[in-house]
Design a protein around this ligand. Structure first.
Ligand code: EPU
Length: 299
């Protein structure tokens, strides 16, 4: 890796054995063998190209809101697009904006509200960044990310730049297969319509209230499982009597059954143990195999 780091500009942050727990909302897990915050597109391309040639694993960590890092850490390079270079929002015309891969959804909602653009309200409160949210087609309140996408700019595993239109993306509930194993550089998002900023703010407020009442405030990685067809994982877990079930420092939230919370000292083993206990019970009671939404990063 040293020879790769030497090819990157001085503005790019390169570290070894970097702790990851605090870079995730769940706050669990070990260190990344290498850690890079690229400051330019060229640096990211060099990094991807060289690691690809040398078969070094790379993981792009977004805002860390849907991730469980294992206690042993990750024996590869973790890349985060947090440098200001990746965080620009540019209004292109009266209906489209370009958003960098590292921009938080909260910032997108803020910009759209200011412009009176509708269709971005559901992003309020999703604690992620654009890249990760597109890769998993994050959603809430009846909307999902690809509702607002015109096209996505991304890098292939080897650093090659690609642009894909929404229609060419394979998009389903909580997944965009086209963007798997890619790095989202940015996307062009399109408004749904126009409204008063005050009216948009009111809708956002209503979503926020609903979220605060139905979702826990403790450290979590969002919903742990995808909703099975025509079912809600949270409801199934709740009805199975699993709320507040603990394994070590990890617990099923008492507020929402699909949130696993860190009571303060959870290990990744605790969280994995809890996931297994839940899956087993739901399998036994309903014959349903709950599919994880949380991404597991580790050896
Ligand atoms: N419910 C229960 N008990 C619970 C949790 C929920 O009975 O412990 C019931 C609720 O009363 C409601 C139904 O289940 O009737 C659905 O609950 P909710 O509205 O919270 O929606 P959800 O399907 O559990 C989904 C997304 C969330 C998103 C919310 C709000 C998934 C897996 N989850 O939750 O997304 O915030 O809708 O729109 O699709 C995430 O993906 O990480 C996430 C948090």
């Amino acid at each position: 890796m040293k020879n790769i780091f030497e090819q990157l500009s001085l503005e790019t942050k390169c570290l070894e054995y970097e702790p990851l727990a605090k870079k995730t909302t769940l706050g669990v897990g070990g260190k990344a063998r290498w850690y890079v915050e690229p400051a330019t597109l060229e640096d990211l391309q060099i990094l991807l190209g060289e690691t690809y040639r040398q078969s070094i694993s790379v993981f792009i960590l977004g805002r860390g809101s849907n991730i469980l890092v294992l206690d042993d850490g990750f024996d590869g390079v973790v890349v985060r697009l947090v440098h200001p270079f990746w965080r620009s929002i540019e209004v292109l015309d009266e209906r489209r904006m370009y958003v960098g891969g590292g921009v938080r959804l909260k910032e997108i909602t803020g910009k759209a509200t200011e412009l009176g653009w509708t269709g971005f309200e559901f992003m309020e409160g999703i604690p992620g960044g654009l890249g990760g949210s597109l890769r998993m087609n994050a959603g809430a309140m009846g909307g999902w990310m690809f509702d607002r996408v015109e096209s996505v700019l991304y890098l292939e595993k080897d650093g090659t730049v690609q642009k894909v239109s929404k229609n060419s993306c394979e998009v389903t509930y909580r997944e965009c297969k086209t963007l798997k194993d890619t790095v989202v550089i940015g996307a062009i998002l399109v408004k749904e319509g126009q409204d008063d900023s005050a009216a948009i703010r009111e809708r956002i407020e209503a979503y926020s209230k609903k979220r605060k009442l139905s979702q826990p405030r403790e450290a979590s990685a969002g919903c742990a499982f995808k909703n099975p067809l025509n079912q809600h994982a949270g409801k199934l877990i709740d009805q199975a009597g699993l709320k507040n079930l603990c394994v070590g420092g990890a617990a099923v939230s008492g507020v929402h059954g699909n949130f696993l919370v860190n009571k303060g000292n959870a290990s990744s083993q605790d969280v994995l143990g809890l996931i297994e206990r839940i899956r087993e019970k739901i399998r036994m009671e309903h014959g349903i195999e709950l599919e994880q939404e949380i991404i597991i990063l580790g050896r």
